[in-house]
Design a protein around this ligand. Sequence first.
Ligand code: UT7
Length: 349
Amino acid sequence: MPLSKIAGIGKYVPTNVVTNNDLTKYMDTNDEWIQERTGIKERRYAHRTEETTTTMAVEAAKIAIERAGTTAQDIDFIVFATLSPDYYFPGCGVMVQRAMKMKEIGALDVRNQCSGFLYALSVADQFIKTGMYKNILVIGSEKHSFGLDFTTRGRNISVIFGDGAGAVVLQPTEKEGQGILSTHLHSDGESAEMLAMYNPGTHANHWGAKNYADFDDAEIAQMFMSKKMIDNAQLYPYMDGQAVFKKAVVKFPEVIMEALEKNGLKSSDINMLIPHQANLRISQFVQHKLQLSDDQVYNNIQYYGNTTAASVPIALCEAWENGKIKEGDLVCLAAFGSGFTWASALMNW
Ligand code: UT7
């Protein structure tokens, strides 16, 4: 059974840099609070009308495909991870297929938020291992800036997120010892509502009433979307930051150790850990817990914020472009976020 390898990687971040001070125009916040609590100095925001989650993904994909020495017409499957799709449906996978004039290949959308890219990578890895596909495009892309509450009410979430995209092309490897060694996926839906965007949705519990009979016709007609939702900021993401933080610092090290143990390795064997860029404090906690040196962990949240499904491929791409990952290196990817879901992948580069 051939292992799969990342044959090409690319990233795209918008040119518009938004500093912490820029955000003070919209909400009561400050550079000191944001840097101290999250490590973020600035983030990028996509052009409001000319860039979408798909257009950014396509830019990253073009680079990944070229670096893999292949063409868009050779791609035989797409796996696309995002929580900020261009449309509620269809997903962004088919939009990439169309934009890049690919063959009528399969396109799968993954909805696992911060762990989305790792879930997508794991799915692609299985298809390569079974021999079903030979060139899979795996993408994580987000246009958060379009859907955040930029008033003081939403400041605990809005200051964290940024826009961008990362993509890889997965191919079977011919080289002994190279490629993805294992992937590890987990979820715990108990805390699904702690980091979520509830609307628009089909949950129908906006008024707290228990029975369908309790709703009048006007309320039923507006259950999916209503002016009340807009007025009450119910169309924005909600996060219990402290609850997420507490769980993240437990699950990140756990899922990294799971990957290492599965392959008979230890944390000192890691050449580069790419953690999902959720919060610099979380990454530093994980680094400390696993006793990793600064050279063994890559962080760039300072410059891009938290780009959710895009954060791991953007950081991986940047680390590689900066010469921090070389052939033969043991690279570990890990993520934790909404769901809760968490995941890791271990590979020999
Ligand atoms: O990738 C998805 C997964 N997400 C995460 O991993 C996020 C994990 N959680 C976190 O990163 C942190 O919880 C946050 C950075 C989101 C928040 O930091 P915190 O230390 O947990 O702050 P907090 O929410 O407990 O708020 C502390 C104070 C509050 O004021 P009071 O009630 O103490 O007066 C907030 O109103 O900070 C206030 N605050 C702000 N102040 C200035 C919240 N957001 C801001 C802000 N600027 N942007």
